[in-house]
Structure formats: C-alpha cells, structure tokens
Design a binder for this molecule. Sequence first.
Ligand SMILES: [Zn+2]
Length: 479
Amino acid sequence: MSPTPNLLIRDAELQSGARVDVRLASGRIERIAPGLPPRDGEAVIDARGRALSVGLHDHHLHLMAHAAALESLPCGNPVIGCVTGFSELLLMRARMEDPSAPGWIRGIGYHESVAGPIDRRWLDAVAPRVPVRIQHRSGRLWILNTCALRRLGVDENDAKSSRGTPLERIDGRLTGRIFDGDEWLSARLAGTYPSLARTSEALARLGVTGVTDAGARNGRGEFGHFVAERRGGRLKQDVQVMGNAELDGLADVAGIRVGPTKLYLCDAELPSFEDFCHAIARSHAAGRPVAIHCVTRGELIFATAALRQCGPLRGDRIEHASVAPPEGVELLRELGLTVVTQPHFVLERGDSYLDEVDREDLPWLYRGRGFAEVGIALAAGTDAPCGELNPWTAMSAAVSRRTRKGSLIGPDEALSPAEALALFTGDANDPGGSSRRIESGAAGDLCLLNRSWEAALGDLAAVGVDATIKDGRVIWRRS
Ligand SMILES: [Zn+2]
C-alpha cells in the first residue's frame, strides 16, 4: 500500500464543544489544536464546525451473510417489474461481472410464472460465461447453468462426475436442476465467499471503521477470506472475527483479528450442561473469551449458570440478552459479563413483539437503562443482515424505545443520546468499556457528521456522515 498522505481536518467540533483542527499522519492522530497551518501536499477537509466522532464499531454483525443478501438477485415476479423480463435482468446482472474472473450470480425466489420451467440450457443461452444458480421460491430446487456445474466440479459429458449427486438427468442429460440438494451444494460451495466490497462501502457511508463478525461457523477459511478482502482493498474496516475453535492461536493479520468463541444456544435443543461448560473451558484455556447467543430467559439462565460453573474470563459476553429479567441482570452483573444488544429490534420488530412476546417479558426486552444502572458493560451491534445495517437508527431506538407504529416498549430502559452513541464507540476488545477518544497518538479512525454535536444528539436517526477516515485515509466522502 502507498504511504498514507497527511490529512488535515479543519474546524471540526469535538463532543466537548471545542472547535479544533485535527492532523492525521502515518495513520494516526498527530495533533489537535485550533488554527493548524496546512503543510505542503497535505489533503484538507474543511469541517466548518460539523461534529467529528471516532469511527463507529459495530459489535455484532454478519459480513458474509450481508454481502450474500446484497448480491442475491430477486427473481420473483413483483420485484422484476421495471425490466421487461427475467432474461434481461439476468443478462444485465451478468454484464456486471468481471469477464476474466466472474463471481457467482445467485438468484432467489424464482417461480415458473416468471419465465416457465427454466433449466441449464435456458440459463446458458442468457449467461453462458458466468456461474449462475437460481433458487426456486419453494426453497427445494436450484437451477444451475453449465458454467456453474463446472465450477462445482461436475462435467456434463462425464456421467461419473455426477453419479451419487442430487443432479437431475433426463435422457442422460443434466438439466441443471437440483432437488433437495442444499447439503450437496453447500459442501461444494465451501470456500467460495462473497465479495465484501458493497457491504464495506455501505458501512463506510455510515461512519463505521470496525466491526465484529459474529458468525458461529467462522473458521480458518472465513478468516482467510477477511484477510484477502482487506488486503485487496475491498474491505476497508478492521474486523474482529468470532468463530469456532479453528481460530484458536491465529495471529492478527492486516486489521483482521481473532475474537471470542461464538457459542450458540437454542431453547428447543439446549446442549448438555456438561458439554457446554466444556466448550467454555476449552475456549478460556485457549485464551479466548466466549460470546454466547441468548435470546430467551431460559438461554440467559443456562449461559450464566455455565459461566458461573467455569468461572468467567475477561471479555466474556452475552449476545442479544433479548429478555433480561431482574434475576438475569443480577447474574450478568455478578459475573462481570458484557452485553451486546440490538436496540433497533424494538423499532424493527417491536410491533410484532407486542403481539407475540409474553406480557411478563415485555418490560425486559432489549434493555438499556436496566443494564447501565447496575454497571453492566453495554454495547450494540446491528446484527445485519438480521437487522438493518444502520447504527444511527439503532442509537435512536435506544433513546426513543419506539416501535415503527409508535408504541413504546420498556420506556424506562431508554438511554441518553450520549449513552446510545457510546454503544458503538467502544473498543472491539472492550465493547461497553470506555469510548475511544479523539486524542493525539490515537488511531486515525474518525467520522465527520453532517451537523453539529447538538443537532446530532438531538436526533440520532437523522445523522448523516460526510466523511469516514480509517487509519488516516478517507475511505468514504460525500460528494
Ligand atoms: Zn447475529
């Protein structure tokens, strides 16, 4: 990478209200003072009094799932609408691929009413040079073109290469259709990961300079993909990678570092208590804290009981803690656990929670104040693509506690705007600890908002980001 040029941000407002110039050099904040004279060859951003924040860190999301969802082509009738037909849509999408190294086109929601019972030949006629797989709306059928079959190691002329597979043959010819073949397909696709470029750009536009990927299945392959995407410049944020035991002992590379072991709990099929304690102990022995997915009361009690049995390690955290009754909060506090919450689910899903969640659980949903007032470290993540990617919406929901239809859920749990901002300004390794600061020597990870601090904190949902700076480089700027 070329050396980072110096950058001078002039007349920015810090959260303290001070208006200063901020100089970045060699990827870090070099100096903060009013009226710094620009140096030769230094890039200058004139902030004109707008608010300067540390870059945000999203403490829980799923980069690859978000990227895959962004890249999936909706193939159902209603979405197509604006183009004249499915073949035209596919052709347009195929043209967007790099001809020398085309990526997969993954279509979802197809139905025969769109273009009939399509097959391999049909797809080959439209997109012969790009691997295409289209999922039927039923979820039970995939349709692949010849290029896709070859990518998966299937030779249409060699019957042996498809023997024992769920690939359909009619008169000895592969149709490209696969019925109930998800397992076969995902085994073959292992190691093909989506480009993170669009997800990374979307994050940069929102002022996000670092994320924690919360994938429970992340192993060496996924870690390697993050590293490759970061080195290739497609991924501009640092990533803390949660995942499985394969990540034990992996060294940090290029802003990609190993995070806690992600442990998944589901009320309907809880593991044996002993096995679960064993998984925690193994992670702790490897020097890695655990991050335990808990969305119900039962899961929270199970997780905290296991952590009490094993003894907590600094950095152990509970993901979601969606329902946290007082006895659960007490256990979290006692064990010194961190909670990583999703306040925007109150907004995005609140109206259905009001219908579906037990009345007695409603006051304990996605709590804020209840954790903060007893000193539990609290941070937030968007859980994208399960939630919207926008941390500003999440902050706003933590303050308003309003559903989309305007109902209130747990109004006593509301945080102040500054507390809501702090959900996203902690360190990756210490979510909910003290916020990173704009000070000389600190990493050059910043975002310049499109308004003053007073206006930003007055309406967090309305905040826009004018520039995002990662390691002293502008990674996004509003044109
Ligand atoms: Zn998640």
